[in-house]
Design a binder for this molecule. Structure first.
Ligand code: NAD
Length: 380
């Protein structure tokens, strides 16, 4: 089959869904690889590098879609990209079906199949295709780098001839994939790291990474710990306890990185205005939940600003794109693994097996029908 990667058109998006290296692996599955001219430029992959890897460089999006059986990209397609799809073709990209019913319907009407990388079930077998995790890992790392770039001090404590420097105090709220990456990065830079999550089972992971778990005195089994390893909304009582703890910590923290999310809901507001006001001048908040409204009450999505009391609040929503070479390398590998599963005989033929939990789970449009939401996966 012919696998073609589109150039991303969203403003500022620097990632690409196919790298010269991933194309080499896709070709080993018996496929032919194509790329839209300039698609890899912003992540450091020139057309020449693709040609050297045996990839055909195609002039524009329409020609690319026309020539491809499977179209791969990063961001959900724009309406004009959906219009390029046709019956029998497959699109593989992020899609976020729950927040884009119109896009879903437009894709269905084309007769194409859509595999949403954000819908890959989070079961062990599918970890190699888990693009949400690979991007969250980058976002967590980059959040710390961003915090450091805006913090006028060291992370690590030092005793120098010119004086003693205390280590930075970092609080990470939410210890999912992004939060754990942030913890690891901040610890490796020498900060003293504290972390909180509503899921008590992550306490051990937090501590094994060299951070301390922020314990809350709470009677019932921890609220919000909820189902299947995912968080659920907290009760008002639990939330009050949590906010009281954060109020106590706010004046002591130099850097706060918030990553708390509940699947399918707006981000919970956990770092309120008064906590920002209580922080020291020069402190930094990086809000990784900005895209879903923000965990910090003052976050402005896609912006960085300094409050009147000197706290920098970073609400960027494009952290993976800010590390485009790394993000493209990992995302294109997730895509390549998806194509591997779609090419069971490694003979260049795509088999769309709707009995396969992973393929079924990620397929949101197929055979002229909307196939989202999927039934629950049969295996763990
Ligand atoms: P996420 O990005 O959806 O959420 C981030 C974190 O925020 C979660 O840890 C959540 O518990 C926490 N949170 C929610 N409300 C909070 C609050 N009020 N205060 C503090 N923290 C709060 O998380 P994620 O990285 O997608 O991971 C979520 C779950 O998925 C975890 O159980 C993780 O182990 C699991 N997971 C499994 C796989 C796999 O098996 N392949 C891959 C990735 C993640």
């Amino acid at each position: 089959m012919r696998i073609g990667a589109l150039r991303e058109t969203a403003g500022g998006e620097a990632r690409v869904a196919m790298t010269p290296a991933s194309a080499g692996d896709i070709r080993k599955l018996g496929h032919v690889c194509l790329i839209e001219a300039g698609a890899g430029e912003a992540s450091g992959f020139s057309d020449e590098m693709y040609r050297a890897a045996g990839v055909e460089v195609v002039t524009d999006a329409a020609a690319l879609a026309q020539a491809s059986d499977v179209v791969v990209k990063v961001r959900p397609p724009e309406p004009d990209e959906v219009a390029l799809l046709r019956e029998g073709q497959t699109l593989v990209s992020f899609f976020y079906p729950s927040s884009s019913p119109e896009l879903l319907e437009a894709a269905r009407a084309t007769g194409a199949t859509v595999i949403a990388m954000d819908m890959v079930p989070r079961i062990s077998r599918a970890q190699k295709m888990d693009a949400l995790s690979s991007m969250a890992n980058i976002a967590g790392y980059r959040a710390v780098i961003e915090a450091g770039a805006n913090f006028g001090r060291f992370f690590t404590g030092q005793v120098t001839a010119a004086g003693k420097v205390p280590p930075a105090q970092v609080l990470v709220v939410g210890a999912g994939v992004a939060g754990l990456a942030a913890i690891g990065t901040a610890v490796s830079l020498g900060a003293v790291v504290h972390a909180f999550d509503v899921r008590p089972e992550v306490a051990e992971q937090i501590e094994s990474m060299g951070a301390s778990f922020v314990f809350l005195e709470f009677e019932a089994t921890q609220d919000g710990a909820a189902t299947g390893g995912y968080a659920a909304p907290s009760s008002p009582e639990f939330r009050e306890k949590q906010l009281a703890k954060f109020r106590e910590l706010a004046p002591q923290m130099d850097i706060v990185i918030t990553t708390a999310l509940i699947p399918g809901r707006p981000a919970p507001v956990l770092w309120t205005r008064d906590m920002v006001v209580a922080m020291k001048p020069g402190s930094v908040i990086v809000d990784l939940a900005a895209e879903r409204g923000g965990n910090c009450e003052l976050t402005v999505p896609d912006e960085k600003f300094v409050t009147p009391n000197g706290v920098t609040i970073v609400g960027y929503t494009d952290f993976p794109s800010r590390m485009a070479a790394q993000a493209s390398t990992l995302y294109s590998t997730n895509i390549r693994h998806m194509l591997t599963d779609l090419t069971p005989a490694k003979d260049g033929l795509i088999v769309h097996d709707m009995e396969d939990d992973v393929i079924r789970g990620a397929t949101v449009v197929h055979g002229g029908a909307i196939t989202w939401p999927p039934p629950p996966p049969k295996v763990k």
